[in-house]
Design a protein around this ligand. Structure first.
Ligand SMILES: CC(C)(COP(=O)(O)OP(=O)(O)OC[C@H]1O[C@@H](n2cnc3c(N)ncnc32)[C@H](O)[C@@H]1OP(=O)(O)O)[C@@H](O)C(=O)NCCC(=O)NCCS
Length: 190
């Protein structure tokens, strides 16, 4: 099941979500606490949306969140410079996907895709934007499947040595999103 977590409920869900973040990205546990502070600040931003996948026992399997990407925000301003003038319109009505993570043991069962499609559902924005470390992995495969294209590649953000791809997709996403007609794993997802 994918559910929306409204801001008033978010603090009570954050520890579980940050444990998923740390495990999925193989980060130091301290980075989860740091990220939690970011989330609580992001919660104030326009069109903030936080969605989680739960199994039948109510255990969180993954989460994703984002908000309207606007001038004056750290990521937006850096990305606007990185993509150059030709792609400026991609940023004019954009929902920024800030995080999307699934518990390692649950990856590869379409949980991430369901969360991402749920986040995009009914958004008034024209595009969704994100940045992700360069690599040949499941995240890239998912984003390509949903129609994300390159806006910038091998981009370096301040304070991070890893090169990133900056990707964008037109909304609504391409494809039916019909990944759950059978739910063969009995995860109780819809
Ligand atoms: C990236 C990430 C969020 C993707 O989520 P995910 O749930 O693992 O992957 P997807 O939703 O794309 O699922 C795709 C898989 O589901 C499978 N699938 C599709 N429909 C299915 C169904 N009905 N039942 C079961 N499996 C299904 C597909 O075959 C595919 O498997 P494959 O990748 O082995 O070919 C997740 O892998 C993750 O947290 N990775 C580490 C952190 C990360 O990189 N985050 C993104 C940083 S920007």
């Amino acid at each position: 099941m994918i559910i929306d977590v409204p801001p008033f409920d978010l603090p009570s869900r954050l520890d579980e979500a940050m444990a998923i973040y740390v495990a999925a990205m193989n980060y130091h546990p301290g980075s989860g606490r740091q990220r939690a502070d970011h989330v609580l600040r992001h919660m104030e931003l326009q069109a903030f949306r936080f969605r989680i996948a739960l199994d039948a026992d109510g255990r969180m399997l993954g989460f994703g969140y984002g908000y309207t990407s606007l001038p004056g925000q750290w990521w937006h301003d850096l990305v606007r410079k990185a993509v150059g003038r030709g792609y400026g319109e991609w940023l004019d009505s954009a929902f920024e996907l800030s995080e999307l993570h699934v518990l390692p043991a649950e990856q590869g069962r379409a949980v991430g895709e369901r969360i991402l499609r749920s986040l995009a559902e009914g958004l008034p924005h024209h595009t969704m934007l994100l940045s992700t470390p360069e690599g040949d992995n499941r995240a890239w495969r998912l984003y390509r499947r949903l129609g994300f294209v390159d806006l910038a590649r091998h981009h370096l953000f301040p304070g991070d040595h890893r090169p990133f791809g900056v990707l964008g997709a037109r909304l609504p996403f391409a494809g039916s999103g019909d990944v759950d007609e059978s739910d063969p794993l009995g995860l109780g997802l819809r």
